[in-house]
Design a protein around this ligand. Structure first.
Ligand SMILES: [Fe+2]
Ligand SMILES: [Fe+2]
Length: 239
């Protein structure tokens, strides 16, 4: 099974949005023929309707039977959280596949850079992890600080409460975006995989646009970073 994790498209009419990079990334992803594509938020720069229209035009070009699209802090600006559900599905939910169960939650709050999971969604996560199955959790914001990103800001505010639940239930993988810096942490036997930014010039610490390619066989996971228009890089080398 192949999963592609991308985030931080930041579609906009401004020069910071790199259309050509996104087109290249989508062509590469289509060649991979993935089973699932996870888009972990910040589809737009400001949550404007025209930006959502452009994001949807690009995302519709991704040829994959299953897509998970969750909301980032930039998508919730200017009441973009209302538009998000017009253009895409609910930013939280569950996707059951033969090999795994993916739980995704919305950490974006109106007009705030910081993320929050909240008591209801923590309960939702807790109740839906399934023993004996591969469990994957997706959220836009980061639960653990990512290095080379400057001072720590805009983390999940209730990260401690979420990490406590994760440490008990041990999902196989937690996928996030937001910091525009690809990285991988292992904490309490859980892999936390962060995608870089796929199509904006606003990069941190790692100065290439990228996305992640994850291969799953049984309960084994291999993850690699893919530079848009460039090579694959092992996370071991990156971290
Ligand atoms: Fe972003
Ligand atoms: Fe973000």
């Amino acid at each position: 099974m192949i999963i592609v994790q991308l985030s931080d498209l930041h579609c906009s009419s401004g020069p910071q949005f790199l259309r050509d990079k996104l087109t290249t990334a989508i062509n590469e992803i289509n060649e991979l023929n993935p089973d699932l594509v996870i888009i972990a938020g910040d589809l737009t720069e400001n949550g404007f309707k025209t930006e959502f229209e452009e994001a949807k035009r690009f995302i519709d070009q991704i040829k994959c039977p299953k897509k998970i699209i969750t909301m980032g802090n930039h998508d919730s600006l200017y009441t973009g959280y209302l538009l998000f559900e017009e253009f895409f599905n609910s930013p939280s939910g569950i996707l059951e596949l033969p090999d795994c169960k993916v739980i995704y939650v919305n950490t974006a709050r109106p007009d705030r850079d910081e993320g929050r999971v909240g008591r209801d969604q923590i309960k939702f996560i807790q109740e839906n992890f399934e023993e004996g199955k591969m469990n994957i959790l997706v959220m836009h914001h980061h639960l653990i600080p990512v290095p080379d990103t400057g001072l720590e800001v805009a983390i999940v505010e209730d990260a401690g409460d979420v990490l406590k639940v994760l440490s008990k239930h041990k999902p196989d993988l937690v996928l996030s975006g937001h910091r525009h810096r690809p990285w991988m942490w292992k904490l309490n036997d859980i892999d936390f995989l962060f995608s870089g930014a796929v199509s904006t010039i606003r990069l941190r610490g790692f100065f290439e646009n990228s996305y992640n390619v994850i291969k799953i066989k049984g309960r084994r996971i291999w993850a690699k970073l893919k530079i848009v228009g460039g090579p694959y890089i092992d996370f071991d080398r990156l971290t």
